[in-house]
Design a protein around this ligand. Sequence first.
Ligand SMILES: [Zn+2]
Length: 86
Amino acid sequence: MSLSPEQSENLLLWLDQQGVNPVCQSCGNNNWRGGELLLLPIMFGQPNTPPTAVPIGSEAYIAYVTVVCNHCGFVKFYSARNAGLI
Ligand SMILES: [Zn+2]
């Protein structure tokens, strides 16, 4: 799901309030946009064994939000929960 322009602006403001370095580590510019909300499944299992099926439920997923450099396209991920988006 794409962020609305207001959500994108609020996300960038939140990152600034957290003291996140605004310089893109890929190209050195400072021109970002909030991108997409992602819901990714958490794999279950023991180390060095194939993962088991992902159980259905809210604890089986983690929500991220992307922040994209408008100059080079570098993508950063942040917790959507921490950012107040969910
Ligand atoms: Zn960049």
